[in-house]
Design a protein around this ligand. Structure first.
Ligand SMILES: Cc1ncc(COP(=O)(O)O)c(C=O)c1O
Length: 398
């Protein structure tokens, strides 16, 4: 006889029903074309303001050719974790290129920016250590802090004075890590890196920067915030991603040779998860080289950024303190942000709505990112759509 048991996962259905009632649950839209400035989502050609494909390289012929060549030469998979049998020559070639790009002794490739952040923090801190962290740091840094077991001290966004007080309080700790995003992913503002670095130096803390949104975007040839602020040699741990401006997949840590050798020995994503397929490493390598040979890409990205950001501000939208191509349109109410995004989609523009837990409660927004590949016409059409949708929903006055 079959015994009926209560479903122990019932709470998931209840939580889901609640999110749906509040209008904040969405299944992601389906991309049915390459990732381009105008792309096909959910069966519709729309101006795409959602991707992190900053330099428009996701469908670039040189990157595609590099990936195909790597498949022909090395096959489709590495066959093992890096530390067992999956350490391929193409991985190391990419690491050498990235170290030269970042002006550091060495770099280490991870499967993603997420695993680079989480895996690195957890490999250099342990219980009894202290991490001093910006409240808006990326989830992967937060998870790394949790995994490490270190005591967490969270300072208000970009508040260097508060960070200093926390560093002072942590004087007795064995190791202290000061950690910040270089460019904040939901707000598009830049960390006060020079002041943080000075504070870290004064208190003997390790300085770490997550430059996921700065690499390929900020600094000479996109070397990131460390280059932008002239901080080479003063930031112990830099993280970058290959999944945004470099248009593929993967993360890396840049720093001293000793740091990299330690991480290869201890970082759990390296020890327990398979390394990149060779095609992924090859296209990233092509991207890093291309960016240094075609400075026009970054110039176009910034021209488009200025044009679009100015346009949104002129229309009366609240774009927060954004200083980079990430430009949020802050709405506040979660359901309203989602409605605004839906309305824009009807107008032919894809700009995703973001609510808690991606952004703090009460700070829901539509986030936009323009790319080097958008034309003036794309951006003008997008601004007209923002104006219509914003007026209709009362986000801006007519
Ligand atoms: C600030 C920041 N760090 C790290 C990551 C993770 O990078 P990846 O997508 O390569 O895992 C992201 C991406 O969402 C990010 O925005």
């Amino acid at each position: 006889m079959k015994v009926e048991h209560a479903n122990p996962l019932m709470f998931v259905e209840e939580l889901l029903a609640d999110a749906k009632t509040r209008g904040v649950w969405r299944w992601p839209r389906l991309l049915e074309s390459p990732q381009e400035p105008v792309a096909r989502y959910d069966g519709r050609e729309v101006i795409n303001l959602c991707s992190n494909n900053y330099l428009g390289l996701a469908n670039h012929p040189a990157l595609k050719a590099a990936a195909l060549e790597a498949v022909a030469r090395f096959g489709v998979g590495s066959g093992a974790v890096r530390t067992i049998a999956g350490n391929m020559s193409i991985h190391q070639e990419l690491e050498t290129e990235l170290a030269a790009f970042k002006h550091t002794e060495a770099t280490l490739l991870y499967q993603s920016g997420f695993s680079a952040n989480a895996g690195t923090v957890a490999a250099i801190l342990e219980k009894g250590d202290v991490v001093v962290s910006d409240e808006l740091n990326h989830a992967s840094l937060i998870d790394g802090c949790r995994l490490s077991g270190a005591d967490k001290k969270i300072y208000p966004h970009k508040d260097v004075g508060a960070a200093r007080r926390m560093l002072a309080e942590s004087r007795g700790a064995r190791r202290v890590l000061l950690i910040t995003d270089g460019v904040f992913s939901m707000d598009g503002d830049i960390a006060p890196l020079p002041d943080l670095v000075t504070a870290a130096e004064e208190y003997g803390a390790i300085m770490m920067v997550d430059d996921a949104h700065a690499s390929g975007v900020v600094g000479k040839d996109g070397r990131g915030t460390v280059d932008h602020f002239g901080m080479h040699g003063r930031v112990h741990v830099q993280v970058g991603t290959l999944s945004k401006a470099f248009a593929g997949l993967g993360g890396y840590v840049a720093g001293s040779r000793a740091l990299i050798e330690w991480l290869m020995h201890r970082a759990r994503p390296l020890l327990f998860s398979t390394s990149h397929p060779p095609s992924v490493a090859a296209s990233a390598l092509a991207a890093v080289r291309l960016v240094q040979h075609e400075p026009d890409l970054i110039r176009r990205l910034w021209d488009n950024t200025r044009f679009f950001k100015d346009g949104l501000r002129r229309l009366g939208f609240d774009t927060g303190n954004s200083e980079t191509p990430i430009t949020p349109v802050i709405i506040g109410d979660e359901a309203r942000a989602m409605q605004f995004s839906d309305r824009l989609f009807e107008e032919g523009v894809f700009a995703v709505g973001l609510a808690f837990p991606t952004v703090p409660r009460g700070k829901a927004r539509v986030r936009t990112i323009v790319t080097a590949g958008h034309t003036a016409q794309h951006l003008e059409r997008a601004l007209a759509a923002f104006q219509r949708a914003g007026t209709t929903l009362g986000v801006i006055s007519p």
